[in-house]
Ligand binder design. Structure first.
Ligand code: C5P
Length: 252
């Protein structure tokens, strides 16, 4: 049973990873599963909210009753957020947006025999970027047998910070961001609230067992604009979602 305490409220949630094209068949991405954002969208819908979920590619089904906008890249996600944020009451940005994208995605598949010659250092960077693991000895019998002209560099350019753009554009909306940190979580979270004009940050404590990417549970800490901090025990992403919505409702 869920109270219909979000009845009539418009809630915008972003979730999942972005994919940044290298060429027509390859991309750069991250380990985001979309589970946390989807759990928030589902919880908000069950509580009577009118939910729009802007999602990168994930392998999970969107929750019933939620309006889903599918995107691939950070630039597409930025557009979708700008187009959907003005009439929202609550915006929760859970998506793991790639900070960088290839400067010039190639229009045809990059061929092994046509790459630029560069240093060995770039060889490992390039291959890890396309998902192959050079530390796995079985995938490449002899890494050192690469000649210098097997190397390729990909120039990256910074993506827009969608959360910051939303912070600049917002009027009445309650704006929450997520932040994963390995150190100085409190300091970074509070600084980010000011810098990006947010109402709250959900800090993801990285390195805790059963927390973060792909997990069904999460260990988080809430930071509010007024300086209030609340640390939650390890809980299911569904429970975290409901507690987050409780706290947001108490603030608006
Ligand atoms: O600054 P940092 O990347 O740690 O902030 C994380 C938060 O910012 C998340 O809410 C994420 O959705 C958002 N973000 C964004 N656009 C980016 C990078 C992060 O909206 N380019």
């Amino acid at each position: 049973f869920h109270p219909k305490d979000l009845e009539g409220k418009k809630i915008l949630v972003t979730a999942g990873p972005t994919r940044e094209a290298i060429d027509p068949v390859r991309y750069i991405t991250n380990h985001s599963s979309g589970k946390m954002g989807y759990a928030i969208a589902e919880a908000a819908e069950k509580r009577g909210g009118l939910v729009t979920l802007i999602s990168g590619h994930t392998s999970i089904f969107p929750p019933f009753g939620v309006d889903v906008v599918k995107v691939t890249s950070a630039l597409e996600m930025a557009d979708a957020v700008m187009q959907n944020m003005d009439d929202a009451d609550i915006i929760i940005k859970v998506a793991a947006v790639a900070d960088y994208r290839p400067l010039e995605p190639k229009s045809s598949k990059i061929k092994k025999d046509k790459v630029n010659a560069v240093s060995e250092h770039s060889v490992s960077e390039t291959f890890s970027a396309v998902g192959q693991d050079l530390t796995d000895a079985s995938s490449f019998p002899d890494v050192n047998s690469f000649s210098a002209n097997a190397a390729l560099t990909i120039d990256l350019v910074e993506n827009p910070d969608i959360l910051k753009m939303a912070g600049e554009r917002k009027t009445k909306q309650f704006l929450a961001g997520f932040a994963a940190e390995t150190e100085n979580l409190d300091e970074n979270a509070l600084a980010k609230i000011r810098k990006k004009n947010l109402d709250m940050i959900v800090g993801n404590i990285v390195g805790v067992e059963g927390s973060g990417f792909e997990s069904d549970t999460n260990k988080v800490k809430f930071f509010f604009r007024d300086g209030t901090v609340e640390e939650l025990p390890l809980a299911s992403k569904k429970q975290v979602a409901h507690t987050l919505l409780d706290r947001i409702l108490a603030k608006i």
